[in-house]
Ligand binder design. Structure first.
Ligand SMILES: NC(=O)c1ccc[n+]([C@@H]2O[C@H](COP(=O)([O-])OP(=O)(O)OC[C@H]3O[C@@H](n4cnc5c(N)ncnc54)[C@H](O)[C@@H]3O)[C@@H](O)[C@H]2O)c1
Length: 383
């Protein structure tokens, strides 16, 4: 196909992260669009892009652009993905893929109607090189049978009732918030690393702040500086915290906790996987280190050292050991995988990046989690 030329939708927290990562892998980014022509122009100027599109329609009409990255609020994903596919553009959509399972099913069907277009979901955490290394240890049998795992994803940016963002409203982000926003990252990661599939869940969620103060007119971008504007109280219908017991097909069990009200934890992902031969543990705050726990020998710390990693992990790391690769690097490595397919004009049979099938699966899991919390009992994950 013609050389990939990308454009980005969304000028808030994550849109500029996409722009930076694309530039780092050598993909030309032509322009960006935000919630108004003025915001688009401002973002284009700040990011030194050629075009601040007045609307997404104008972006889609640009025949030079053949890949669109959607970094807009969740409620816009469905319409924007459908419009991109109709316009013949490859899509990289931020997570969660859609607001609910019905929307995600529609997007999955649309992606199947356009098999020549790459349709990826931006589950970037898969692309920490240590995620790939842990995955290769599980796949090679070195971990043995997985008995159980426990994992968490914790943040503090919504700790106070005066913290506000579109996500806290179910109508804008989806019925589940901590689970949908960061829990799906974690569940996607565990499935990717451990090759396990959840068959049933038992969830206990909590809305710590049933009322939050919504600032007056103006944007409240994610992780943005706190608005000084006077606000109004708003009832909150999404959870701040959740713990979920998991049963996996094949017998493994697990538990995950997610929280956006955990003081001091800015963006902390942790997991520990217990297998019959060894255990693996990782913490995103020390992203280059994989702890390997053993019963009959010394424990070990495997570093992100390209010369020591399995080739499947070494292929997605760019710096020598000791030169830490972190969050922004995961976007870069993810796009290397995605753009290999885009440049080849075909979808890999089993890509490392998350597809719309994976994105759909996460929303099916969210349905089961919501049902379990509502009924106070175990819920089966629908097939
Ligand atoms: N992969 C990750 O690590 C990660 C991190 C943060 C957010 N996200 C996801 O990225 C998406 C955006 O989240 P965010 O945190 O950047 O939100 P944000 O509120 O910071 O930014 C959203 C942007 O979308 C723009 N926007 C609003 N309406 C629009 C429209 N009609 N057309 C075009 N742009 C419009 C707004 O101007 C705003 O700049 C969400 O789906 C979120 O779940 C992913």
């Amino acid at each position: 196909m013609a050389k990939p030329i990308a454009a980005v939708v969304g000028t808030g927290f994550i849109g500029p992260v996409h722009v930076e990562a694309l530039r780092r892998v050598g993909v030309q980014v032509k322009g960006i669009v935000g919630s108004s022509p003025a915001r688009s122009r401002q973002a284009a100027s700040q990011l030194d892009l050629d075009v601040g599109y007045p609307s997404i329609e104008a972006l889609l009409a640009d025949s030079e652009v053949n890949v669109v990255h959607l970094a807009s609020p969740n409620r816009l994903h469905k319409e924007q993905v459908l419009a991109c596919l109709k316009a013949g553009k490859h899509v990289v959509c931020e997570k969660p893929l859609a607001m609910d399972t019905a929307e995600a099913r529609e997007l999955l069907a649309a992606s199947r109607r356009h098999p020549k277009l790459v349709c990826a979901v931006n589950y970037n955490v898969r692309f920490y090189p240590i995620s790939l290394e842990a995955r290769s240890l599980v796949r090679s049998g070195e971990v043995g049978e997985i008995y159980h795992l426990h994992a968490s994803y914790t943040q503090d940016w919504l700790l106070y009732p005066t913290d506000f963002n579109w996500r806290v409203l179910a109508a804008e982000g989806g019925a589940l918030r901590a689970v949908g926003d960061i829990g799906t990252h974690l569940l996607d990661l565990l499935g990717f690393v451990c090759g396990v599939e959840v068959e049933a869940v038992m969830a206990d969620l909590r809305t710590v702040h049933p009322v939050r103060i919504r600032p007056g007119a103006g944007p409240s971008d994610t992780f943005g500086r706190k608005a000084k504007r006077a606000g109004v109280p708003v009832n909150i219908d999404t959870e701040d915290y959740g713990s979920i017991l998991l049963r996996f097909k094949g017998g493994a069990k697990g538990v995950v906790t997610v929280s956006q009200v955990c003081a001091g934890r800015k963006n902390c992902i942790r997991y520990e996987v217990a297998g019959s031969k060894c255990a693996l543990a990782w913490n995103s705050e020390s992203p280059d280190e994989l702890w390997i726990g053993r019963r009959g020998a010394s424990n070990a710390l495997r570093l992100r050292d390209p010369s020591q990693l399995d080739p499947s992990a070494a292929a997605f790391t760019s710096f020598p050991a000791g030169h830490v690769e972190g969050y922004p690097d995961t976007f870069k490595q993810l796009y290397r995988a995605v753009y290999q397919d885009i440049s080849a004009s075909r979808r890999s049979a089993r890509p490392l990046y998350a597809t719309f099938e994976d994105g759909y699966r996460e929303l099916v899991l969210c349905d089961a989690i919501a049902e379990s919390h509502r009924t106070g009992s175990w819920a089966k994950v629908s097939n």
